[in-house]
Design a binder for this molecule. Sequence first.
Ligand code: GLN
Length: 478
Amino acid sequence: MNGHESALGVAAAVRRGDRSAAEVLEEHLARIGEAEGEIHAFNTLTEDAARAAAAAVDATVAEGRDPGPLAGVPVAVKDNLCTRGIRTTASSRILEGWVPPYDATVVSRLAAAGAVMVGKTNLDEFAMGSSTENSAFGPTRNPVDVTRVPGGSSGGSAAAVAAGFAPLALGSDTGGSIRQPAAFCGVVGVKPTYGAVSRYGLIAFASSLDQIGPFAHTVADAAALYDVIAGHDALDSTSLSEAPPEASARLEAGVDGLRVGVVSELVSADGMAPEIAERARRAADALSAAGAKVDEVSVPAATYGLSAYYLIAPAEASSNLARYDGVRYGLRVPGEDVTEMYVRTRTEGFGAEVKRRIMLGTYALSAGYYDAYYGKAQQVRTLIIRDFERAYESFDVLIAPTTPGTAFKIGDIVDPLTMYLNDVCTIPSNLAGHPAMSVPYGTASDGLPIGVQVLAPALGESVMFQVAAALESTAGSL
Ligand code: GLN
């Protein structure tokens, strides 16, 4: 908990009338006032709207009506989630001046649950990156050590929770963008099953991989947030029609008799720091001591996840980002004719990493290369799904490190390929569409947080959270 309040504790107190949502909000705004200048977790603070929302929660409590499961809990929202009447930037210049006319479904569900949005958090432009340094608004700093990155792309959301600006935050995870920053900042981060949480109102990066998910200090808080945002939404055609698994269902059930596999290819992934691999193994040992049956398991195709991802994700991005043409959204840089306006707008509006991805993706999809690159990557994706399915015939959940290293210094990684290696352990779950979450598991010899990942089969959130909760309870004795 890092000495911070739990979301469930806040909600319980507000629901009982022991504390007002207004007073909870002012405490968090005061913390933001003290430290945000240094951390830069937010692109936009929404204090006025937050005060109005908190007052509405307090009025509901006063009238004796149900204020919702997250009553009065401050929440920070990644700035690629649309918010009606509040600018939404994706940390890109190209959306300059754009104000969405609607709320993302997750934003509406938060409000309906009584949560109070305090602001929109910084990210790598269009969620492309692993450090939040690719933001048009400058980097976010890691609250654990402000010389270091918070990870990315949801770095602002992870930092907001770690700094105590809000007990809960939402991020998006296309290749690791919730789990990697969660690991770097010492908080819990969850990527749900593809289709479990509506993507309506999420600014698209790679639509077949993107999922929205929670950040929190505790597994129970993350589960409560998951249970609020998950569920069918007619506005997202990829939203699953069945009822979502209940994340909070078995948090206290322990792991006795559960089968837990340690993924060999991920503990020995490219560039893996030995002490992080060792920590994942210790996590498995702790689960074994708690009654789980633990073994190593091979998911051979996981090794190719990174290569497949860096074809599929840019290919989808090149298509998704074609809509920023100087006509429909945000920035327009005038030119002699439409083509020149289009070129100038995109040249000035997009940052270097976004342009790199658009070029990579356009290349991968072009005639003559499609089969060799994009087609091949899709075949690898199928193999990854098959290998995971095979592993889940013998195991209930899998364990892996979240990241190969701990939070690096701001400015230290300039080579894109080195940056991409951060996602080697997180990407396979996105390609498979499976849920996975990062749980803080002590610190490394450099004093920085280490995250351990719990992976589960599609719609396996109940058992995933169950194991994560058991793991969390052993982290104190590290
Ligand atoms: N770091 C990965 C990338 O740059 C993943 C980003 C994400 O999950 N949004 O694409």
